[in-house]
Design a protein around this ligand. Structure first.
Ligand code: TXA
Ligand code: MG
Length: 327
C-alpha cells in the first residue's frame, strides 16, 4: 500500500470521516473510536441498530489496557496474558471496559468492550498512523453479506466512501469473539478461524458456548441476531446433490448452487454452479464464500441453493454464518 493512501485515510479519520480498510478477516468500516460524531456516521451509513456494539481495533498489545479494566494480578489480567499470543489475529475479546475513553456509542452503552488486533499490513499501518483506536464493523449494509474485496465495499456504499484497497482479504470470515469477565467462565460469542479448542487450550479453562436467544432485546453479540449475512436472493440449504437436482426440477427459472467441492453429478442447465474449493479445503471455502454469495446475488436468480458444510476445522463457523443467511 502506498504511504500516500494511508496518509489520506488517516487525515480523513482525524476529521471524523469514515474509511474502509482491509483486515485479514473482512473489510472494516472504520472511524475514530473516541469520537461520537464519527461513530454516529457508522451506524447511519450501515443502517445498523444502535444497540449493536462495535469492535475496537488497536495495533498492539500495549494499547489494550488503555480501554480495558485490568486489575494487576487479577484473574482477568492473567487470562489476558494467556490469550495474548493469539494476537494479532482473527480474534475479538470482549472485556470489562475502562470508562470514559471510548465513545459510549461504540459499546452501545454496555459496560464491556470488544477489542481486536488485526493481522493485516494495511490495517496495521493505518492504526499506527492515526494513533487512536478504530471502531470498525464489517463494511457492509446491516444484515447483508460482509465484504471481502474493495469492490464489495464500493458496491454497498458508493464512490464517496474512501476505501483502502488491499485486495482480497486472506481469511474471508469475521473474527472469533470470546467474552472474558472477572468471575464467570470464558464464553464464545461467535465462531471463527480461532477455534474454541485453541482458546480453551490457551486459557487452560473450559469455554462455554453462547446460548442463542430467540428474541434478543439486548443481544450480547451480533451473532445472536438471527438474520445476518444474508443475500437478497433467497438462500436454501440442500442436503446433497440429488436433493438439489430434485429441487431445481421444480423451479421454472434459473437457480444458483454453491458447492463446497467438485460436484459429482451432472447438473441441469437451469443451475448456475459455483465451487468454493475444488479440493474441498474449508479455508479456501471460507475465503470464497462471501464473494460467491455476492456474485450470485447479482445474477438475477430465483433462488440460491447451498450445500451444508461438512465436519472440518471451520465447520461451526461456516454453519453459523449460513444458518443466519438461509431463509
Ligand atoms: O472480523 C471482524 O470481527 C470484523 C473486522 C472488520 O474486524 N468486524 C466485524 O464487526 O465483524 P461486526 O460489527 O460486523 O461484528 C462484530 C460483533 C458486533 O456485531 C457486536 O455485537 C459484537 O461484535 N460485539 C462488539 N462489542 C461487543 C461487546 N462489548 N459485547 C458483546 N459483543 C460485542
Ligand atoms: Mg458484520
Amino acid at each position: 500500500m502506498a504511504t500516500e493512501e494511508i496518509l489520506i485515510a488517516a487525515e480523513l479519520l482525524r476529521r471524523d470521516k469514515l474509511v474502509a480498510f482491509p483486515t485479514e478477516t473482512v473489510y472494516g468500516l472504520g472511524a475514530n473510536a473516541t469520537s461520537s460524531p464519527a461513530i454516529k456516521k457508522i451506524f447511519l451509513l450501515k443502517g445498523r441498530p444502535t444497540n449493536n456494539p462495535l469492535i475496537v481495533h488497536v495495533d498492539r498489545l500495549e494499547k489494550v489496557d488503555a480501554y480495558v479494566e485490568l486489575v494487576p494480578n487479577s484473574r482477568l489480567s492473567q487470562q489476558f496474558k494467556l490469550i495474548s499470543h493469539l494476537w494479532p489475529g482473527p480474534l475479538t475479546v470482549v472485556f470489562p471496559q475502562k470508562k470514559e475513553i471510548l465513545s459510549d456509542m461504540v459499546t452501545a452503552g454496555l459496560p464491556s468492550v470488544g477489542i481486536r488486533i488485526p493481522d493485516h499490513a494495511v490495517a496495521q499501518e493505518l492504526l499506527r498512523e492515526v494513533n487512536f483506536p478504530l471502531a470498525a464493523p464489517s463494511a457492509n449494509k446491516s444484515e447483508y453479506v460482509s465484504a471481502t474485496e474493495a469492490d464489495h465495499v464500493r458496491s454497498c456504499f458508493g464512490p464517496d466512501l474512501y476505501v483502502l484497497d488491499g485486495g482480497k482479504t486472506p481469511l474471508g470470515l469475521e473474527s472469533t469473539i470470546i467474552r472474558l469477565t472477572e468471575d464467570g467462565a470464558p464464553e464464545l460469542l461467535r465462531y471463527g478461524f480461532i477455534s474454541k479448542e485453541q482458546i480453551s487450550e490457551a486459557l487452560s479453562d473450559g469455554v462455554l458456548d453462547y446460548v442463542p436467544l430467540t428474541e434478543p432485546k439486548k443481544p450480547s453479540s451480533p451473532g445472536q441476531f438471527k438474520r445476518h449475512y444474508s443475500p437478497a436472493t433467497p438462500l436454501r440449504f440442500v442436503k446433497d446433490q440429488s436433493e438439489l437436482i430434485e429441487q431445481a426440477n421444480t423451479c421454472q427459472g434459473t437457480v444458483g448452487f454453491i458447492a463446497f467441492s467438485l460436484p459429482t453429478e451432472t447438473l441441469q442447465p437451469n443451475i448456475v454452479n459455483r465451487i468454493l474449493s475444488e479440493s474441498g479445503d474449508q479455508e479456501e471455502c471460507a475465503q470464497n464464500l462471501y464473494s460467491t454469495l455476492r456474485e450470485l446475488d447479482k445474477s438475477q436468480l430465483d433462488l440460491i441453493f447451498i450445500e451444508r458444510p461438512e465436519e472440518g476445522p471451520l465447520y461451526k463457523a461456516l454453519l453459523d454464518r449460513l444458518e443466519r443467511a438461509v431463509c
